[in-house]
Design a protein around this ligand. Structure first.
Ligand code: ZN
Length: 398
């Protein structure tokens, strides 16, 4: 599980308690006052416990370069706030055994809803982004009060008995483009024009926020990866989209339309795209390119492929050729991992080596294609990413 350590260059000195108002310089080179330093230290201690699972005060002091009294004081506060708990003791080689501390991961929870044309998925996640409870219901989208009421009902069901003070909020991911001034600009998949955020969220029982589905999935994928701060996420679902994550943040573009990879021109004057243009990547790499003719089922397509059926093999070859060109272009542009997600991404693991070899053959710099990674979440990446809209800021605020 990836967690940002705010100060990769070293540790923050802990003398601030003696002189709270003093301006100090920490190792990141930024001048911070004592109050902020104390909060940052508390945050680092919380994150260190969170990442460790279970750890002793001594280990924390050693690892973070903070004094034992500073560690003890912060642990006491974090325990009082219900975020950490004492957790047994570690065997000692002499003297008193060291007491352990661990994180209460469900101290706060968040809801993620993913709206698609045919389904609604809802997850309740804890502070580590683990799904505590999930629901997937076949509910065809309709722009009606009855539909939005059902969204609210699904959210209430997944929230269950969670006390309101532990619930951070609900993120709602949808397949479409947000408007810079707030709300929705449009959704081709849902057949929607401009809408207010409130239209979607008015029946949800907590505060809520909308997000693009591929951006949410990319956020979840990066969150789940140790030590990676930047990645391009390519979503291969009923439409092709993606997310650009740079330095741990989503790059959204001036019009919130960054990472619309589906409409990069792959073949000039090529196959028609639903957007009205020709030759877009979407026309070559959307999931339907594989599942059409197999009852719309990717499972059926990959079963046929694994059986060695000729029609499926040649369709897959053409698909991979297009995909290799697209991922090579993304890698040339961004020089970072490219994660393959969406409906097709969930099936990619057995075919990664072949795709890597095809991408490698196109690589100007002779790379081996190891920048290509299959997605971690086979399902519900968008719903988890929507919940992270509330988890991430909370983790930063501790
Ligand atoms: Zn297009």
């Amino acid at each position: 599980m990836k967690r940002n350590i705010d100060f990769p260059g070293g540790w923050i000195p802990d003398e601030e308690e003696a002189c709270p108002a003093r301006q100090e310089e920490d190792v990141s080179g930024m001048v911070r006052n004592g109050m902020e330093l104390r909060r940052l230290n508390r945050n680092r201690i919380f994150r260190a416990v969170y990442e460790s699972g279970r750890v002793s005060q001594q280990e924390l002091a050693f690892r973070l370069g903070l004094s034992l009294p500073t560690i003890a004081q912060n642990l006491r506060i974090l325990c009082e706030e219900g975020l950490l708990k004492e957790d047994g003791s570690f065997a000692s080689t002499g003297g008193r055994p060291a007491r352990g501390v661990s994180c209460i991961r469900d101290a706060r929870l968040a809801v993620g809803l993913d709206v698609t044309r045919g389904h609604v998925s809802a997850v309740l996640t804890d502070l580590s982004g683990e799904i505590v409870r999930g629901i997937r219901r076949a509910v065809p989208f309709s722009d009606t009060e009855a539909y939005y009421r059902e969204l609210g009902e699904i959210a209430r069901k997944v929230i269950g008995e969670t006390p309101p003070e532990r619930l951070l909020g609900a993120g709602v991911s949808f397949p479409g483009i947000l408007a810079a001034e707030g709300g929705i600009r449009s959704s081709h998949v849902l057949g929607l024009g401009a809408r207010q955020e409130e239209d979607f969220t008015r029946f949800l029982p907590c505060r809520a926020m909308l997000c693009n589905d591929a951006s949410a999935a990319g956020r979840a994928e990066l969150w789940g990866r140790e030590g990676e701060n930047s990645a391009v996420y390519l979503s291969l679902s009923n439409s092709v989209g993606g997310a650009i994550l740079l330095g741990g943040s989503l790059y959204e573009g001036e019009n919130l339309r960054a990472a619309e990879f589906g409409h990069m021109t792959l073949v000039p004057d090529g196959l028609p795209c639903y957007c009205g243009k020709k030759g877009c990547l979407d026309a070559y790499c959307a999931a339907g390119i594989l599942s059409n003719g197999y009852g719309g089922s990717l499972d059926a397509f990959f079963t046929a492929l694994d059986r060695g059926e000729k029609a499926a093999s040649s369709r897959w070859d053409a698909y991979l050729r297009s995909l290799a060109v697209a991922v090579n272009s993304l890698h040339m542009a961004f020089d970072c991992p490219v994660i393959l997600g969406g409906y097709v991404g969930a099936y990619m693991v057995p075919y990664m080596e072949r795709l890597r070899a095809m991408a490698s053959a196109l690589d100007t710099f002779g790379g081996d294609g190891s920048y290509l990674q299959p997605c971690l979440y086979r399902r519900e990446a968008s719903a988890v990413g929507a919940a992270l809209l509330f988890i991430e800021p909370f983790m930063e605020s501790i």
